[in-house]
Design a protein around this ligand. Structure first.
Ligand code: ZN
Length: 228
């Protein structure tokens, strides 16, 4: 724990409550998944957790967050300037952190992408989910395949909870209903899991087929896909 940070919190505490003794303080930085900062009073000790987005932040920002958290703790009004300083800093840090993560992901070999040139598979999934599944299916990882395989339209991979659609269909000349049908079919696999181990066979139960027949452009889609 940094001495400087501790001193900052103590000073702020004195400003807010000049007549009371500063309790024992512990301040630590915490995982960066969100921008949460928390403060708790436990057995006379103040425990502060700061988002690691604030690690290395300049003093005025740390002073701002100290003021915000302590004011919250003691139900005092938050100084507007502090609130603005804090928010401005965090949003720029957050954005640059995000940009960094995105750059790292792009650097990886395996690029998983739901957004194709012609169609966005996540949007198609969400739309079908609302239209046919009451929005009840949890969205798996959606992605266009890297290879342009024609033999497999798409598949649901339960091990990675992913729906992969052959990139061949990411083309403006492919009608939307054809892509929708492929995704719809895989969503039915998601809904009706096959209890087979080590087999990659595509198994369609009677219920599966009944539901598949409810797809409005089934015939047109099959015709289109059959002509490839
Ligand atoms: Zn199938």
């Amino acid at each position: 724990m940094s001495e400087r940070l501790l001193k900052l919190f103590e000073e702020t505490h004195r400003e807010l409550r000049p007549r009371s003794e500063v309790p024992e303080l512990r301040v630590e930085f915490f995982g960066f998944a969100n921008i949460n900062n928390t403060i708790r009073l436990r057995e006379g000790r103040l425990l502060v957790r700061l988002s690691d987005l604030l690690e290395g932040a300049p003093d005025y920002v740390l002073r701002a967050i100290a003021q915000i958290l302590l004011a919250k703790m003691y139900r005092k009004p938050v100084d507007r300037k502090h609130a603005v300083d804090y928010r401005r800093y965090v949003s720029t840090q957050h954005m640059s952190r995000k940009a960094h993560v995105v750059r790292q992901m792009r650097g990886r070999k395996r690029i998983v992408s739901a957004q194709g040139h012609a169609y966005d598979l996540e949007a198609i999934f969400n739309d079908l989910n609302t239209r046919f599944f009451y929005g009840l299916l949890g969205r798996p990882q959606m992605s266009w395949s890297n290879e342009r395989a024609r033999n497999r339209l798409g598949h649901y991979d339960p091990a990675h909870n992913a729906i992969v659609v052959s990139r061949v269909f990411d083309h403006p000349r492919v009608p939307r209903y054809a892509v929708e049908y492929i995704v719809y079919h895989e969503m039915l696999h998601l809904k009706h899991p096959v209890k087979l181990r080590g087999s990659r066979r595509c198994v369609h139960s009677a219920e599966f087929k009944i539901e598949e027949n409810q797809f409005p452009q089934l015939e047109a889609a099959k015709r289109f896909l059959g002509h490839l």
